[in-house]
Design a binder for this molecule. Structure first.
Ligand SMILES: Nc1ncnc2c1ncn2[C@@H]1O[C@H](COP(=O)(O)OP(=O)(O)OP(=O)(O)O)[C@@H](O)[C@H]1O
Ligand SMILES: O=P(O)(O)OC[C@H]1O[C@](O)(CO)[C@@H](O)[C@@H]1O
Length: 333
């Protein structure tokens, strides 16, 4: 029997229960969850995640274990405390599910003596070395539902400008993908121009040809690139500039945290089950120090040392489509 600990860390992501359900159901794995991310390893009691506990909640929107953010793993002292605690309870491995920050911490812990496995889970879809992170597709599905509504009201009351700010951290993934799938008119993303003069110029060009506009902006689309993680409200600055340039009041909406929640989409549930299965295999083979992520349509266990720190980019094909339909501002840079 393998005694294994699991945390979720960073923001929540629909579909992670599908991962955990498969691992928890394995007869040779004794799985325990700590609530509250890394900090929870020190401050909470391990919760047994058995087949019985996991049953019927694989598609649930409430995680088997609660997630969290903490400063603990940033210091050597904090990491040593975590390792001592996990080793004193004879855990053979710690599974960390989270975004790229959690990924860094999982690797540090592994390098410092606590075997870890990492599973990408974030609506930002910006984990290094994985094409996909659990939760991303569900968030996009939530966004497209929202865009149905914007199209309807825009058609019912022409002449309006709608601006929707979305989560995504430093990545424009959510904003750009929802723009092209949701037939929005413009995406304002940190990877492309966020200069107010470019934005207002493109808005005016578009308004010369159409009555209403649906614009999606990423929460990090600040003109001066001065975005702090989790900060919201850039849409108010952008709206102000558009109003000054066009004289049209901008109808603003922030598509906030519900994007991270809800029942998983088919893609998240399906990839979740497959990632869970691959993670279980890694545990049984004691193949630790790996990320169980997605490359193309394959679930791959990749050794940490083979994951190169690289700039996370938007999908080239998405960018090509967005540029072709003038849905992203590439001029002015
Ligand atoms: N550079 C780092 N070194 C050590 N630990 C880190 C580092 N970055 C993040 N962590 C740990 O991982 C936790 C989660 O990181 P972070 O808040 O960046 O979210 P994330 O994993 O990137 O997920 P999300 O995409 O949902 O924000 C932090 O609270 C901290 O405990
Ligand atoms: O929930 P918090 O801690 O405010 O974090 C918000 C951040 O988390 C994310 O939702 C990722 O989980 C980012 O898109 C966002 O910037």
């Amino acid at each position: 029997m393998k005694k294994v600990a699991l945390i979720t860390s960073g923001g929540d992501g629909a579909g992670i229960n599908a991962v955990i359900h498969i691992i928890a159901s394995h007869p040779d794995i004794n799985l325990f969850g700590f609530n509250g991310g890394y900090q929870g390893i020190l401050t909470s009691e391990p919760v047994p995640l058995t087949r019985e506990v996991a049953q019927h909640q694989a598609l649930g929107g409430v995680h088997y274990v609660q997630t969290g953010r903490s400063d603990l793993p940033y210091t050597q002292e904090g990491r040593s405390k975590l390792i001592r605690k996990l080793q004193s309870e004879e855990f053979e491995c710690l599974i960390v599910c989270g975004g790229n920050g959690s990924q860094r911490a999982a690797r540090l812990l592994h390098d410092e003596g606590m075997p870890t496995l990492f599973i990408p889970m974030t609506v930002d879809n910006d984990v290094i070395g994985s094409d996909y992170s659990i939760g991303y597709d569900t968030a996009l599905n939530q966004l497209i539902q929202l865009l149905y509504g914007f199209h309807d009201t825009a058609a019912n009351m022409p002449g309006r400008i709608f601006l929707i700010e979305v989560l995504g951290g430093n990545s424009g993934n959510l904003a750009l993908e929802s723009t092209i799938a949701g037939a929005a008119d413009l995406a304002i993303v940190p990877e492309y121009s966020t200069k107010m003069s470019d934005i207002t110029r493109v808005v005016q060009q578009k308004l010369a040809k159409q009555k209403s506009l649906i614009i999606v902006c990423s929460e990090s689309a600040y003109e001066n690139k001065d975005y702090q993680s989790g900060q919201q409200g850039v849409s108010f600055e952008i709206a102000h500039a558009i109003e000054a340039a066009t004289g049209i009041r901008v109808r603003k909406s922030i598509a906030g945290f519900y994007l991270r929640a809800g029942r998983p989409s088919f893609r998240d549930a399906s990839l979740g089950a497959k990632i869970g299965s691959k993670a279980a295999q890694c545990i049984l083979k004691e193949r630790f120090g790996h990320m169980v992520g997605v490359t193309g349509d394959q679930i791959i266990a990749q050794a940490y040392q083979d994951i190169t720190e690289s700039l996370i980019t938007l999908s080239a094909q998405t960018v090509e489509v967005a540029k072709y339909h003038h849905q992203v501002i590439s001029e002015g840079r």
